[in-house]
Design a protein around this ligand. Sequence first.
Ligand code: ZN
Length: 133
Amino acid sequence: MAKGYEKNQERLMTLSRYAKDLVRRSGAKCELCEATNVKLSIFEVPPVEVEPHIDDCIFICETCKEQLENPKRVDSNHWRCLNNTLWSDVPVVQVIALRMLKKLADAGEFWAEELLGMAYPSDEISNWVAMAD
Ligand SMILES: [Zn+2]
Protein backbone atom coordinates (compact mmCIF):
# COMPACT_ATOMS: atom_id res chain seq x y z
CA MET A 1 0.00 0.00 0.00
CA ALA A 2 2.83 2.36 0.88
CA LYS A 3 4.18 2.22 -2.63
CA GLY A 4 1.52 4.33 -4.32
CA TYR A 5 1.65 6.82 -1.48
CA GLU A 6 5.42 7.15 -1.69
CA LYS A 7 5.27 7.57 -5.43
CA ASN A 8 2.75 10.34 -4.99
CA GLN A 9 4.86 12.07 -2.35
CA GLU A 10 7.86 11.83 -4.63
CA ARG A 11 5.87 13.39 -7.43
CA LEU A 12 4.69 16.25 -5.25
CA MET A 13 8.27 16.89 -4.18
CA THR A 14 9.42 17.06 -7.78
CA LEU A 15 6.55 19.34 -8.70
CA SER A 16 7.23 21.66 -5.78
CA ARG A 17 10.72 22.19 -7.17
CA TYR A 18 9.15 23.77 -10.25
CA ALA A 19 7.39 26.44 -8.24
CA LYS A 20 10.15 29.03 -8.56
CA ASP A 21 10.43 28.65 -12.33
CA LEU A 22 6.66 28.71 -12.67
CA VAL A 23 6.42 31.94 -10.70
CA ARG A 24 8.91 33.42 -13.14
CA ARG A 25 7.21 32.01 -16.24
CA SER A 26 3.76 33.20 -15.14
CA GLY A 27 4.88 36.55 -13.79
CA ALA A 28 3.03 35.47 -10.60
CA LYS A 29 -0.27 35.68 -12.49
CA CYS A 30 -2.68 32.85 -13.12
CA GLU A 31 -1.51 31.47 -16.48
CA LEU A 32 -5.11 31.10 -17.63
CA CYS A 33 -7.16 34.00 -16.27
CA GLU A 34 -4.26 36.33 -15.36
CA ALA A 35 -5.56 36.86 -11.82
CA THR A 36 -2.98 38.49 -9.57
CA ASN A 37 -2.54 38.46 -5.81
CA VAL A 38 -4.18 35.07 -5.57
CA LYS A 39 -2.91 31.70 -4.48
CA LEU A 40 -1.44 29.91 -7.49
CA SER A 41 -0.84 26.21 -7.66
CA ILE A 42 0.65 23.71 -10.05
CA PHE A 43 -1.72 21.76 -12.26
CA GLU A 44 -0.44 18.89 -14.37
CA VAL A 45 -2.08 18.84 -17.76
CA PRO A 46 -3.22 15.38 -18.87
CA PRO A 47 -2.04 13.03 -20.18
CA VAL A 48 0.30 12.97 -17.21
CA GLU A 49 3.62 11.28 -17.89
CA VAL A 50 5.23 8.83 -15.49
CA GLU A 51 7.87 11.42 -14.72
CA PRO A 52 6.53 14.90 -14.06
CA HIS A 53 7.86 17.67 -16.26
CA ILE A 54 7.57 21.42 -15.97
CA ASP A 55 6.50 21.73 -19.61
CA ASP A 56 3.37 19.71 -18.76
CA CYS A 57 2.46 21.99 -15.85
CA ILE A 58 0.48 25.18 -15.63
CA PHE A 59 0.45 27.58 -12.73
CA ILE A 60 -3.12 28.62 -12.01
CA CYS A 61 -5.54 30.12 -9.49
CA GLU A 62 -8.05 28.19 -7.42
CA THR A 63 -11.00 29.23 -9.61
CA CYS A 64 -9.41 27.91 -12.80
CA LYS A 65 -8.21 24.77 -11.07
CA GLU A 66 -11.58 23.99 -9.56
CA GLN A 67 -13.31 24.33 -12.90
CA LEU A 68 -10.71 22.25 -14.73
CA GLU A 69 -11.10 19.50 -12.16
CA ASN A 70 -14.92 19.68 -12.01
CA PRO A 71 -16.35 20.09 -15.51
CA LYS A 72 -19.82 20.53 -13.98
CA ARG A 73 -18.73 23.74 -12.27
CA VAL A 74 -17.53 25.39 -15.46
CA ASP A 75 -18.70 28.97 -15.60
CA SER A 76 -18.36 30.01 -19.21
CA ASN A 77 -17.98 33.70 -18.33
CA HIS A 78 -14.84 33.00 -16.35
CA TRP A 79 -13.24 31.54 -19.46
CA ARG A 80 -13.59 34.70 -21.53
CA CYS A 81 -10.02 35.17 -20.30
CA LEU A 82 -8.99 32.69 -22.98
CA ASN A 83 -9.29 35.54 -25.45
CA ASN A 84 -5.83 36.49 -24.20
CA THR A 85 -4.31 33.29 -22.95
CA LEU A 86 -4.99 31.42 -26.16
CA TRP A 87 -2.06 33.39 -27.60
CA SER A 88 0.34 32.47 -24.79
CA ASP A 89 3.98 31.69 -25.64
CA VAL A 90 3.79 28.66 -23.38
CA PRO A 91 2.68 25.59 -25.38
CA VAL A 92 0.95 23.84 -22.50
CA VAL A 93 -1.11 26.97 -21.78
CA GLN A 94 -2.27 27.00 -25.41
CA VAL A 95 -3.18 23.33 -25.11
CA ILE A 96 -5.38 23.79 -22.07
CA ALA A 97 -6.93 26.94 -23.57
CA LEU A 98 -7.84 25.08 -26.76
CA ARG A 99 -9.26 22.12 -24.85
CA MET A 100 -11.43 24.38 -22.72
CA LEU A 101 -12.62 26.35 -25.75
CA LYS A 102 -13.62 23.10 -27.46
CA LYS A 103 -15.64 22.08 -24.43
CA LEU A 104 -17.33 25.47 -24.29
CA ALA A 105 -18.02 25.45 -28.01
CA ASP A 106 -19.55 21.97 -27.69
CA ALA A 107 -21.73 23.34 -24.92
CA GLY A 108 -23.06 25.94 -27.34
CA GLU A 109 -20.91 28.94 -26.42
CA PHE A 110 -20.78 30.88 -29.63
CA TRP A 111 -17.89 33.14 -28.63
CA ALA A 112 -15.76 30.07 -27.89
CA GLU A 113 -16.49 28.67 -31.31
CA GLU A 114 -15.55 31.99 -32.89
CA LEU A 115 -12.31 32.14 -30.97
CA LEU A 116 -11.45 28.59 -31.98
CA GLY A 117 -12.00 29.60 -35.57
CA MET A 118 -9.25 32.20 -35.23
CA ALA A 119 -6.68 29.87 -33.69
CA TYR A 120 -4.16 28.18 -35.92
CA PRO A 121 -2.22 25.93 -33.57
CA SER A 122 0.88 24.10 -34.80
CA ASP A 123 0.59 20.37 -35.56
CA GLU A 124 2.43 19.64 -32.37
CA ILE A 125 -0.07 21.61 -30.31
CA SER A 126 -3.05 20.11 -32.16
CA ASN A 127 -1.83 16.59 -31.47
CA TRP A 128 -1.32 17.43 -27.84
CA VAL A 129 -4.80 18.95 -27.57
CA ALA A 130 -6.25 15.74 -29.00
CA MET A 131 -4.55 13.66 -26.33
CA ALA A 132 -7.05 14.88 -23.73
CA ASP A 133 -8.06 12.48 -20.96
ZN1 ZN B 1 -7.18 31.59 -13.06
